[in-house]
Design a protein around this ligand. Structure first.
Ligand SMILES: Cc1cc2nc3c(=O)[nH]c(=O)nc-3n(C[C@H](O)[C@H](O)[C@H](O)COP(=O)(O)OP(=O)(O)OC[C@H]3O[C@@H](n4cnc5c(N)ncnc54)[C@H](O)[C@@H]3O)c2cc1C
Ligand SMILES: NC(=O)c1ccc[n+]([C@@H]2O[C@H](COP(=O)([O-])OP(=O)(O)OC[C@H]3O[C@@H](n4cnc5c(N)ncnc54)[C@H](OP(=O)(O)O)[C@@H]3O)[C@@H](O)[C@H]2O)c1
Length: 489
């Protein structure tokens, strides 16, 4: 691999902030540019008061919903502004607070101003300030979308960039080449709505009735309405809870659950009715659930799908780069080592993919990448890196766990961060480079003991439809999948 001297970082969220800091501190790279399509840093934590109006397509994946833009034939150029949906708005809603204690969530060089849980503007301001405090504002290229990433000779990268000029409502397009690229582009932009028989027809029959939590901003949107919420992970839990507590919305709120969440007891709280997964939307608008129960179209005014997101890489030039990047069937980034390095493309790094501690674990990834590309740390052989993925797929299949979920309770987080910590190693004797953070006793204590919502651990007698033992069938029990105590991240 030729020396890496110029780096493009895609995204100015927490991943981009951690990356800019780690690469700059290495004092080795000549060019570091952070490309951010929004008007400011902050990523997921920017609040868009006007929610996106999204066309929902059941079962559709990002390569169908978020295709690449048509690139003008000759660059540089300035053309009419793009009008294609790019999913740039965020899902942040009124009343959203963080759910990870700040001592464990913040980057290690500065804490959030207070904690443990803070309103959404605190992490937004924190990320913005992180760039400024370190003097990295000058690395930022805002309103600039990376539209194409193509591998060129010498493991280098050719980027096609588009800057939106809001004043003239025009798009400037140009090209730049870099030695290495870091993907810190997040993965909560393109909403996912599962395929359900009849849902596509229902969407046409009742326009505006079905939405995704990405467009949820608060109960006011559902004034006097009877609402069905699909999903009970973090978004589903929070949306349901806000609606349930609001006098504006008609009660009870109905929630369709696929599995029991960490925060649920045996019975729903007041103002909430639980239903299982929807099996079908019939032609007359009736909603059928897996237990045979149903809701007539006249019993519901709004449906909110809180069924998560899928990562999108519309800029990845799969044809020229030789392969796709994301395996949507397996729901994982294809061909990574430690969720960070990509053996097939040694000058490509990915930050922010694993479901682990967020900002803090991005920092370990960023420092390890910076150290490897500055030549101050060495990865294992390509063969060993590839074997890591093979072994992990095997292990995850056996344990029925998701590839990028890095659990806390099993010690996985410890192992993962220890690997990155050791790989990065110490800064140089003269202080050049960042020191990877420690996971000290106070941080561990906060992770294990400070909760935004209490966790319900069912007992044999109380458990039904949830984690742990779920049904006593005489001399044997049905056990539903165990959920890690940080699985809500
Ligand atoms: C509703 C919600 C609540 C959350 N709450 C918590 C919480 O309480 N605690 C917690 O730890 N985590 C939480 N998370 C997870 C959150 O995503 C992470 O905390 C973290 O902000 C992710 O940072 P990131 O930089 O990896 O991605 P993002 O914050 O998504 O940043 C990616 C950036 O890349 C930019 N970008 C994307 N594509 C391009 C492109 N082609 N060109 C240029 N720029 C591009 C985007 O505009 C964005 O600014 C929450 C997520 C959501 C959706
Ligand atoms: N700070 C906060 O309080 C806060 C608030 C909101 C979101 N967030 C963050 O936002 C990110 C995304 O969270 P998310 O909740 O939007 O997505 P998510 O965690 O991916 O959850 C998707 C949910 O959809 C459910 N689901 C999928 N198909 C279903 C179906 N057909 N019927 C019923 N349920 C179905 C899943 O159930 P199974 O799990 O059983 O498959 C899961 O509960 C996370 O990082 C989260 O921490 C944080």
């Amino acid at each position: 691999m030729a020396p890496v001297k110029s780096i493009a970082i895609i995204g100015a969220g927490a991943s981009g902030a951690a990356a800019a800091n780690a690469f700059a501190a290495e004092k080795y790279f000549d060019v570091i540019k952070v490309f951010e399509r929004r008007e400011e840093p902050g990523g997921t934590w920017i609040f868009d008061a006007v929610p996106p109006e999204l066309d929902l397509v059941p079962g559709a994946l990002p390569y169908q919903l978020d295709p690449p833009l048509r690139i003008p034939p000759a660059l540089p150029t300035t053309v009419r502004a793009n009008t294609q949906e790019r999913f740039h708005k965020t899902p942040v809603y009124d009343g959203l607070t963080t759910n990870v204690p700040e001592i464990a969530m913040s980057l290690s060089d500065r804490r959030f101003p207070y904690g443990p849980f803070v309103p959404h503007w605190v992490p937004k301001n924190y990320i913005r300030e992180h760039f400024s405090v370190h003097g990295h504002d000058k690395l930022l290229n805002l309103n600039t979308t990376v539209e194409r990433v193509t591998k060129i000779a010498g493991d280098r990268w050719h980027l096609v960039l588009r800057r939106h000029d809001a004043l003239l409502d025009r798009d400037e397009w140009w090209e730049e080449d870099f030695d290495a690229v870091v993907f810190g582009n997040g993965h909560y932009s393109v909403p996912y709505v599962p395929f359900v028989p009849g849902l596509a027809e229902y969407l046409l029959k009742f326009p505006g009735r079905v939405s995704h939590s990405k467009s949820y901003r608060g109960p006011k949107q559902f004034t006097n309405q009877r609402v069905l919420v699909i999903g009970n992970s973090t978004s589903g839990y929070d949306v349901t809870d806000q609606l349930r507590r609001s006098p504006l919305v008609q009660h009870p709120i109905i929630q369709s659950r696929h599995s029991r969440s960490l925060w649920e007891g045996d019975e729903p709280p007041d103002g909430l009715t639980w239903k299982p997964v929807i099996s079908e939307y019939t032609a007359d608008g009736t909603i059928l659930f897996e237990d045979g129960s149903s809701l007539a179209h006249s019993e519901i005014d709004a449906i909110v799908y809180c069924t998560g997101y899928r990562p999108s890489y519309p800029f990845w030039d799969a044809k020229k780069n030789g392969r796709d990047l994301y395996d949507y069937e397996a729901n994982r980034f294809a061909g990574t080592f430690q969720h960070t390095f990509v053996p097939d493309y040694p000058t490509l790094g990915v930050i922010g993919i694993p479901r682990s501690l967020t900002f803090r674990s991005f920092e370990y990834q960023a420092i390890a990448l910076a150290r490897v590309w500055s030549g101050r740390a060495k990865l294992p052989s390509l063969e060993e890196q590839r074997q890591w993925e093979v072994d992990r797929v095997k292990e995850r299949n056996l344990s029925h766990r998701k590839f990028h979920d890095v659990e806390w309770d099993t010690g996985e987080t410890e192992e993962y961060l220890t690997f990155l910590y050791r790989l990065a190693g110490l800064p140089l004797l003269d202080g050049t480079g960042l020191t990877p953070p420690v996971l000290d006793a106070s941080t561990r204590w906060a992770i294990e003991n400070i909760r935004k919502h209490p966790i319900f651990r069912p007992t044999r007698s109380s458990a039904k439809g949830g984690q742990g033992e779920v049904a006593n069938e005489g001399d044997w029990v049905v056990v539903s999948p165990w959920k890690d105590s940080l699985s809500f991240i």
